[in-house]
Ligand binder design. Structure first.
Ligand code: PLP
Length: 391
């Protein structure tokens, strides 16, 4: 049975062209980019070409792109270095962040005594930006604001341009976890005055273990790994040449096909909303995820009108790979923080969140199979309920 893959926010399958480019580097360009001989320098050129490509995409300087092993490392580096090297004493963040930001912030609170302030989302998952402004004006403490761009569970998009401007006007640093939005949207950091952002190649058909941090030149950020002077001394360690080339190829494909992919995925997402609304009575969509302009088009967060903690397993047995929330928390028995923030008590008790996440490879037939599978599961609950009421 062919698997139906609807978990593209967790990771995406590698593009063939990415595999070919990486295999070629593994076979041919095995030199260490720090070596001065030609094999080393050839590898170095490959890295610098990708750095330029990324910088062009974001409208920044190549020296502001630091290759890392993943989104988690990029976010760790940025947050920890803000505290260790830039004198940050307070972080304003939210309960909607990915674990790699949330846990890093908590760690800094515990170990460094940093003050942490959380912006509360409303039931749609939106923040009151005025509250952020008031918080920034109310304290003299050097502050880092860390807010996710496209939420990985519900897809809500933050107006990062607006937030970046407010932070700049109030002397705060601004980091946005852009792991889900990078390579899926146009991002022009010459227009968005944020200080730091992060990227992970496996979210757009690139390899796992390859990402980068955007670090604004003027910020003065330093690395957290000590060692050699690689990546302008911000990230010591021999570079993952084939991973970086894979990231570059995946980005190239994403940018070349962005309009086509986005059009296809948006149509698939709308089709999913229509089919689920028509076939599953009482279904809802979480946050802004069913709103075209307010959410990332690759993510749809569904609230099923029955409680089934085994839904992921049941769908897997029907050949459908899908997550309830983020991959990092999907194995946990506790509901995710994001869901706890936006759902009311009754919804938490009686319903089941499901994250459908798409790629350009997703087809309408796959969505039809998902709807059929969910209808079967929903019907089994109706039968159970009928049996209970007849007993
Ligand atoms: N930030 C967000 C929003 C994510 O969705 C993820 C991955 O799920 C990460 C960070 C972590 O990225 P990585 O898997 O590259 O460590």
């Amino acid at each position: 049975m062919d698997k139906i893959y609807l978990d593209n926010a967790a990771t995406t399958p590698l593009a063939e062209e990415v595999i070919d480019a990486m295999v070629n580097v593994m076979k041919v360009n095995y030199g260490n980019p720090s070596s001065t001989h030609s094999l080393g320098q050839e590898a170095k050129i490959l890295i610098e070409n990708v750095r330029r490509e990324v910088a062009d995409y974001l409208h920044v300087s190549p020296s502001e792109i630091i290759f890392t092993s993943c989104g988690t490392e990029s976010n760790n580096m940025i947050i920890k270095s803000c505290i260790n090297h830039l004198g940050v004493e307070r972080i304003i963040t939210s309960p909607m962040e990915h674990k790699c930001v949330a846990e890093t912030v908590l760690d800094m609170k515990k170990r460094k005594g940093i003050e942490v302030v959380y912006l509360r989302p409303d039931h749609k998952g939106d923040f009151n930006i005025n509250e952020l402004e008031e918080l920034l004006k109310a304290s003299e403490k050097k502050t880092l604001v860390s807010l996710i761009h496209a939420n990985n569970e519900i897809g809500n998009l933050l107006d990062i341009k607006k937030v970046a401007k407010i932070c700049k006007e109030n002397g705060a640093l601004f980091h946005s976890d852009t792991v889900q939005s990078m390579a899926h949207m146009e991002l022009d950091f010459s227009e968005i005055p944020l200080d730091f952002a992060s990227c992970s190649a496996h979210k757009f058909h690139g390899p796992k273990g390859s990402g980068f941090a955007f670090v604004r030149k003027s910020s003065g950020l330093k690395g957290i790994i000590t060692g050699g002077p690689q990546e302008r001394a911000l990230r010591a360690g021999t570079e993952n040449v084939c991973g970086i080339v894979g990231l570059g190829k995946a980005l190239e494909l994403s940018l070349k096909n962005m309009t086509e992919y986005a059009t296809h995925i948006k149509a698939i997402k709308n089709y999913t909303v229509e089919r689920l609304s028509a076939e599953i009575e009482g279904v809802k969509f979480n946050g802004r995820s069913a709103e075209d302009d307010k959410s990332l088009y690759t993510v749809l967060s569904v609230l099923l009108p029955f409680k089934d903690p085994m839904i992921g397993l049941k769908l897997d047995m029907k050949g459908i790979a899908i997550s309830q929330g983020s991959a990092c928390s999907s194995g946990a028995s506790k509901p995710s923080m994001v869901m706890m923030m936006i759902l009311d008590e009754e919804e938490m008790q009686d319903s089941t969140p499901l994250r459908v996440s798409f790629s350009h490879l997703t087809t309408r037939e796959e969505i039809d199979s998902l709807v059929t599978a969910l209808k079967e599961i929903a019907a089994s609950f109706k039968i159970e309920n009928t049996n209970v009421s007849h007993r």
